[in-house]
Design a protein around this ligand. Structure first.
Ligand SMILES: [Zn+2]
Length: 310
């Protein structure tokens, strides 16, 4: 029994909880300790407080988490793990909830270990829900050099360019939530970044406005974007040197790792919330990968790169 075990009903502490037999859980072939609260008589088990409580297919969780972040479609994962596609969809939501907390913690840990973040790169990735006539904007902020994602958001935007007129005809006026979303991102960033941080963005006017408002002491460099290369899903540029390489490389990784963000795929986002969940999941796996690299002394040393950019 865990020292932190407490009664789910009356929150009585460890010393008023006694063992009360076992039960066998066929799902992962484990014996689970039953418990009883002496104070209120509530019976429960060590499984009650676990995030996997009441799941019927525990063993697939890790596989689903990884494959969702390795560009596999939900239907393929359902076939691989031999569960219903609705189970996979449900686990995506479930896992995202855990990943979101883990990701926030990871950023905090990073700052504790390597000091305050010196340079941040910002950009928007554009994708769509169900049809190209309903685009979505995904603003993302990463640490320059180390590719550590700090914050992102998903917002609906009206169709633009040659699709704009037809989109209005078919689906009516589409709200533009991207400004509100970028603003809420900055509200998050204020809690994480030091006031003297350096920003690198493309020529988007709204970034400039927000940086001035939320980080009056910060510096800001604007880069104009170049033509895209064929590799890198349109995010990597043709030029030999791209000053916004970190963010563009991360956006390209997103497109490759999250199957619904890939170009020319028949997997599309149906619900912007699920896209947000999926990105959280992918960032979780990606941060694990970054940490492994740093531990082996590979990749960009986070500390050094921050010093270079400062
Ligand atoms: Zn109790």
């Amino acid at each position: 029994m865990d020292v932190n075990t407490q009664c789910p009903r009356c929150a009585a502490k460890r010393n008023s909880i006694v063992r009360d037999g076992f039960f066998y859980r066929a799902d992962d072939a484990k014996f689970v300790q039953r418990l009883k609260c002496k104070a209120c008589g509530k019976k429960f088990s060590t499984a009650t407080s676990k995030p996997t409580y009441r799941q019927k297919r525990r063993r697939i969780n890790h596989t689903i988490h990884l494959t969702l972040s390795f560009g596999m479609s939900q239907r393929k994962i359902a076939r691989l793990t031999r569960v219903n596609v609705k189970t996979v969809a449900a686990r995506l939501v479930w896992q995202a909830q855990l990943s979101r907390k883990k990701n926030q913690h990871f950023v905090k840990q990073y700052i504790e270990r390597y000091g305050p973040i010196a340079t941040v790169q910002f950009d928007d990735l554009v994708t769509f829900e169900h049809t190209k006539y309903k685009p979505l904007s995904v603003p993302v902020a990463v640490v320059a050099g180390t590719r550590l994602p700090i914050a992102f958001g998903v917002a609906s935007i009206p169709a633009f360019g040659h699709l704009a007129k037809k989109a209005r005809e078919r689906y009516g006026k589409r709200p533009d939530n991207s400004r509100a979303m970028r603003q809420s991102l900055f509200e998050q960033l204020v809690t994480v970044l030091p006031p003297t941080v350096h920003f690198e963005t493309d020529g988007h006017k709204h970034y400039e406005e927000l940086i001035k408002r939320y980080f009056p002491a910060a510096t800001h460099t604007v880069y104009t974007s170049d033509r895209s290369a064929v590799v890198g899903q349109g995010e990597l540029k043709k030029n030999t040197f791209d000053p916004l390489f970190t963010i563009n490389h991360f956006l390209a990784t997103l497109r490759d790792d999250i199957n619904r963000l890939a170009r020319r795929t028949w997997c599309t986002t149906k619900d912007p919330m699920r896209l947000s969940d999926h990105i959280d999941l992918m960032i979780d796996v990606f941060c694990d990968y970054l940490e492994q690299r740093w531990k082996r002394g590979k990749g960009v040393c986070p500390h050094k790169s921050d010093v270079v950019h400062a």
